[in-house]
Unconditional design. Structure first.
Length: 286
């Protein structure tokens, strides 16, 4: 590894264990527990979603688990129930607009409006733009899962949250959004940027109605999804359990944004000089 890459990797290590939490708005009572809070969590059948579901249930929340695969989703539900927690499972394909509408209707009818909606499910594609010239469908697929699906859930549950006078939406995004660039991940980063902006807009529009929106800009996470990319083996990354702790922090403290410290640094560099963040990121394997 070159000196430049060692420096870039060192920057990536900064603040993984202690993310920056901006403008926290914690609950006024029982901050250590989530008793009676109904939390809908997408992408709950494995990885970060599974770890977050188990952690939130252990703190007293009632989990509404959502994923495409029934078998794995049932397995996670059974783990939570076996540990004394409360969880129900609903299968849905977030890339299917009709399925999203069905999910909103079914959850609203059987469980009521969630207190917290966590848009954790996502699809990542690593491919350069020049290698994507005949693959516009990659961009459509990532937008369907990472943007249109979560937006459909937000719009579906917002009326109930507003009527109740409270609600919290947690959108899972990526460090590349505040950094302003994410080479070889333009499809993924673009979809997450769109979700992040919509979420922040909703938060400003409906904050006075008691609805908070938090955006988590995750760093690299060590999951099976990145296993095929050998270059990532040498880069610092969160475990699924560490990433889940970011989600539980967001649920308890309701920050506007949660991000690794290096993303904040890159955000400030980009604000001063647009190409600055790209210079640093160009030293990292992508």
């Amino acid at each position: 590894m070159t000196t430049a890459r060692r420096l870039a990797a060192r920057i990536a290590q900064i603040g993984l264990d202690r993310p920056i939490s901006l403008n926290d708005r914690p609950f006024a009572s029982s901050p250590a527990r989530l008793d009676a809070k109904k939390i809908l969590l997408t992408g709950a059948s494995s990885g970060v979603g599974e770890a977050a579901a188990v952690a939130l249930a252990a703190q007293g929340a009632e989990l509404i688990l959502v994923a495409r695969g029934a078998e794995e989703l049932t397995r996670v539900r059974d783990i939570i129930v076996a540990q004394g927690g409360a969880a129900t499972a609903f299968t849905a394909d977030l890339a299917d607009e009709d399925d999203v509408e069905r999910l909103v209707a079914t959850v609203s009818e059987t469980r009521g409006t969630p207190d917290v909606l966590i848009n954790n499910a996502g699809r990542s594609i690593r491919r350069s733009a020049i290698d994507s010239v005949d693959r516009l469908h990659d961009y459509r697929r990532t937008m369907a899962v990472n943007y249109f699906g979560p937006v459909g859930l937000m719009l579906g549950f917002l009326p109930g949250m507003k009527l109740r006078g409270s609600g919290h939406i947690v959108n899972v995004s990526t460090w590349g959004v505040p950094a302003g660039t994410m080479p070889k991940f333009s499809a993924y980063a673009g979809s997450k940027a769109a979700l992040s902006i919509v979420g922040r807009s909703i938060g400003l529009e409906l904050g006075a109605a008691g609805i908070a929106v938090s955006t988590i800009y995750f760093p690299l996470i060590r999951t099976p999804m990145i296993a095929p990319t050998a270059e990532y083996d040498t880069l610092p990354a969160l475990t699924a359990e560490q990433a889940a702790s970011w989600i539980t922090h967001a649920v308890h403290h309701r920050p506007e944004e949660l991000m690794p410290r290096y993303a904040r640094i890159l955000q400030r560099v980009a604000a001063i000089r647009a190409a600055g963040a790209g210079v640093v990121l160009g030293r990292l394997p992508t």
